[in-house]
Design a protein around this ligand. Structure first.
Ligand code: GFB
Length: 320
């Protein structure tokens, strides 16, 4: 007797991570995949989400939909970041419970950790002190998402899992100069500086902050593997009121060294200046991934290789 296919919904399938997860799940046989355009399903509309979930009764949900952006986007759109993320996650998590989904994965970011915090960041450092101002609204929303999953698990015995990713980059990223994250933002800026033969280029901040970068295909792989872990194993690894899991590679690099890495890959020989009128954000954000490693899950793409792949994608997109 053929095994019934599991019904999987990917919320945010057009986003960088959602698209990468969809691409990987399409290669697997035992899933019936569901995903909808914003026009057909507005995740900000609770009634639409409830109707859609109760009609389809998904087994598994990947909650990748979110309002995302880099440090400057967070600075200019704080209301969008907190409202849209709180609303989307509340609608989807509550509908997942009401429609009896067997499991859900909630995606957050390591910006949930305090501004000044021992490194590498352990899951238990959450809420141990003040957040970084530049992305506090987004971080509060993501912390609320973790607590939503936790509270439903404790009250209704659901299996809602939360993973906290470092800065992700790769195919499908936004290259918008103002709103993007650092790697995609710099690829666009450095490429244009080279093309225009600019003698110098200024980048944001002091260059001193340290960041961990996870290539999006590795992030997708890790998310799928975390969802394949048996319920009792996953919930033994985390605690009922500390239920999130750091994902990443645990490797940090300074923004200054990152800039020179991208500059060399693109072959730009102009001078780099650091414009300190822009914010630095977290002084350092590198995750402790010990728990993830105990699951035998790790990432494989080096930063150098990941940036080269992202640059290739940027060029392909530019000249398609
Ligand atoms: O990636 P990013 O925008 O966000 O910036 P965060 C990382 C660092 O790169 C900051 C510097 O110190 C920036 O000042 N930087 C230098 C640049 N040049 C650029 C540039 O051209 N573009 C950008 N974007 N940065 C984000 C949060 O914080 O991390 C998000 O704001 C999310 O909400 C994300 O949590 C994962 O790493 O500082």
């Amino acid at each position: 007797m053929r095994k019934k296919k599991l019904k999987v919904f990917i919320a945010g399938h057009k986003g960088m991570l959602g698209a990468a997860i969809l691409k990987k799940l399409k290669k697997k046989k035992n899933f019936k995949l569901f995903y909808e355009s914003k026009k057909k399903l507005d995740l900000l509309n609770q009634k639409q989400v409830d109707t859609y979930f109760l009609k389809n009764k998904f087994d598994i949900i990947y909650l990748c939909a979110a309002r995302v952006g880099g440090i400057w986007a967070n600075k200019i759109y704080p209301a969008n970041f907190i409202y849209e993320n709180l609303t989307i996650q509340t609608n989807v998590i509550n509908a997942a419970y009401k429609s009896k989904a067997s499991k859900l994965l909630f995606i957050g970011s390591t910006c949930i950790y305090p501004k000044h915090c021992k490194q590498p960041l352990k899951e238990e450092y959450l809420l141990s002190s003040k957040l970084e101002e530049s992305n506090e609204p987004y971080a509060i929303a993501k912390i609320a998402g973790i607590k939503l999953c936790e509270s439903y698990n404790r009250q209704y015995q659901t299996d809602f899992r939360s993973v906290m990713a470092p800065n992700m980059y790769g195919e499908g990223d936004s290259f918008d100069a103002e709103k993007s994250h650092v790697i995609s933002g710099l690829i666009g800026k450095i490429y244009n500086a080279k093309k225009k033969k600019l003698k110098k280029l200024s980048v944001w901040g002091t260059g001193k902050p340290i960041r961990e970068f996870l290539y999006v295909d590795d992030a997708a792989d890790i998310c799928i593997k975390v969802m394949n872990i048996r319920k009792e194993i996953f919930h033994k690894l985390v605690k009922p009121n500390l239920s999130h899991l750091n994902i990443g590679n645990g490797i940090g690099i300074s923004i200054k060294n990152l800039v020179f890495l991208i500059k060399n890959i693109i072959g730009y020989d102009g001078q780099i200046n650091f414009d300190t009128s822009y914010p630095d954000g977290h002084p350092k954000k590198v995750a402790n991934i010990k728990k993830l490693t105990t699951l035998g899950i790790k990432s494989k793409t080096t930063l150098d290789k990941g940036i080269k792949k992202t640059y290739d994608f940027y060029l392909k997109q530019k000249f398609k």
